[in-house]
Design a protein around this ligand. Structure first.
Ligand code: PLP
Length: 446
């Protein structure tokens, strides 16, 4: 009971923290902490008040930090779905800020002084980059798939290979989206093999589309056979290809050893409609890009659900600037592409540098580890990218204790654990991340 009486006056505590945080935050932080401390005393769980100020400080930090925050992605998974998928280029971030904090000509034609279309800012760019006649962009690719099916195949049949009835994650399954769109799914072939004749036989008077779905997050090996989208074109029914990732450039030309179909290539091969995400391999903000035949795309644009799924102005700004970087050939500026293009030699140098610095933190054991990074985000699942990591072990903390501490640091570090080491993969780290990692580890010591 005497401990209760020793609790300093609220006004004294408020005085200590005044000015360091907004007044309302300080009041709430002090009140919350005192309540907790009193409860602990009454329950016999507390013997001193030595850490009172520290507790208040901690509560104040909690109260003033956002829930959504920057984290350091040390996992080496480039398009990390849990950690926000693609990171935008600096220029793109600046442009979003500019548009967000000012008025803009979002739906205003400055030369006519009249109402304009928000998609006008993207149409020419996407045409130039892909050769598409018709262009539509919505909130995300899941929405794009729904819109394409609902517009072009509601009440009709869509033929899909059994090997492509995939789940993308977050309960987005092709058969379910088909039901939601009102289209009738006609499955052909088997899980591992589907032939052109399978599609041919399934075509009826009610067939509206032949659909191909890119196997984004897994790959099949062995006794497998599939029909290329371009070979379906000859069957006389419109072909829709959900590319998933959908790149704007030929990855091999950038030195990335994988072949993801690009929007432009598919259209050149006569595929009628293609769709893909803005924030996977493309390296832009979340968006669903629909390209293809002018008339079909026009119909899709007029679908009332297009309004419900429309692209927001900040996304639009981000996508426009990302597309401009492509047009200028400035691929290095797009973090997703830059991280994919990094060579093992460069990565080794970066990892060695970080290892050298971390060696001076006495409580750590540090190693250079050769390993593999992944593209992630449902793109190029077969691709293992040679990388270098700094493997870390703490002399007094267990692996899971160290991992938890890193996740709670400011900013949090998310790494991967392998063979009783915490691996920090330098592929997904920026210069800023590297500096912050050093700070965080040196603070661990005290
Ligand atoms: C990722 C993906 C989608 C969904 O795209 P979002 O942009 O996440 O909505 C749809 N289809 C395929 C094949 C995908 O890989």
């Amino acid at each position: 009971m005497s401990l209760l009486r020793q609790i300093p006056q609220v006004s004294k505590l408020l005085e200590v923290f005044r000015g360091s945080y907004p007044e309302e935050v300080v009041k709430r932080g002090v009140r919350d902490t005192l309540e907790k401390v009193r409860r602990e005393i009454k329950e016999g769980k507390r013997e001193s008040l030595d850490d009172l100020q520290e507790l208040i400080e901690k509560r104040l930090r909690e109260l003033s930090s956002t829930s959504l925050k920057r984290v350091i992605n040390a996992t080496g998974v480039i398009i990390n779905t849990n950690l926000g998928r693609s990171v935008l280029a600096e220029e793109v971030g600046e442009f979003i800020r500019e548009v967000a904090t000012h008025y803009s000509n979002l739906e205003y034609d400055l030369s006519e002084g009249a109402r304009g279309s928000r998609l006008s800012h993207l149409e020419e760019l996407l045409r130039e980059l892909t050769g598409a006649e018709g262009v539509h962009v919505v909130n995300n690719n899941a929405g794009a798939v729904y819109l394409v099916l609902n517009t072009l195949a509601c009440g009709k049949e869509v033929v899909v290979s059994r090997g492509e009835l995939v789940e993308i994650g977050g309960s987005f399954r092709i058969p379910d989206i088909m039901v939601a769109s009102g289209a009738k799914l006609v499955e052909v072939g088997t899980t591992n093999r589907t032939r052109l004749s399978d599609y041919q036989r399934a075509i009826s008077q009610d067939t509206a589309l032949l659909m191909k779905v890119h196997r984004s997050n897994f790959y099949m090996e062995g006794f497998v056979e599939e029909v290329r989208a371009e070979d379906l074109v000859g069957l006389g029914i419109p072909v829709y290809y959900d590319l998933g990732s959908g790149s704007l450039v030929n990855m091999e030309r950038l030195g990335i050893k994988s072949h993801e179909p690009s929007f432009g290539e598919c259209l050149k091969k006569g595929i009628h409609i293609v769709s893909g995400s803005g924030d996977k391999l493309l390296g832009g903000p979340q968006a669903g890009i629909i390209l293809g035949e002018k008339e079909a795309v026009q119909k899709i644009r007029k679908n009332p659900m297009s309004r419900a799924l429309r692209i927001d102005k900040l996304t639009l700004a981000g996508l426009e600037m990302t597309l401009r970087l492509y047009l200028r050939g400035e691929y290095e500026k797009i973090p997703t592409l830059r991280m994919l293009m990094q060579k093992p030699k460069e990565l080794k140098r970066k990892a060695r540098w970080l290892m050298g610095k971390l060696r001076s933190v006495g409580s750590l054991e540090v190693f250079l580890v050769r390993d593999f990074s992944h593209c992630g985000g449902g793109a190029m699942p077969e691709l293992s990218l040679e990388t270098y990591c700094v493997g870390v072990r703490h002399k007094s903390l267990s692996l899971s204790e160290l991992d938890a501490k890193l996740r709670k640091s400011e900013p949090p570090i998310v790494a991967r654990i392998k063979n009783d080491l915490i691996l920090i993969d330098v592929r997904t780290l920026t210069e800023e991340d590297l500096k912050d990692i050093l700070d965080i580890f040196s603070r661990l010591e005290v």
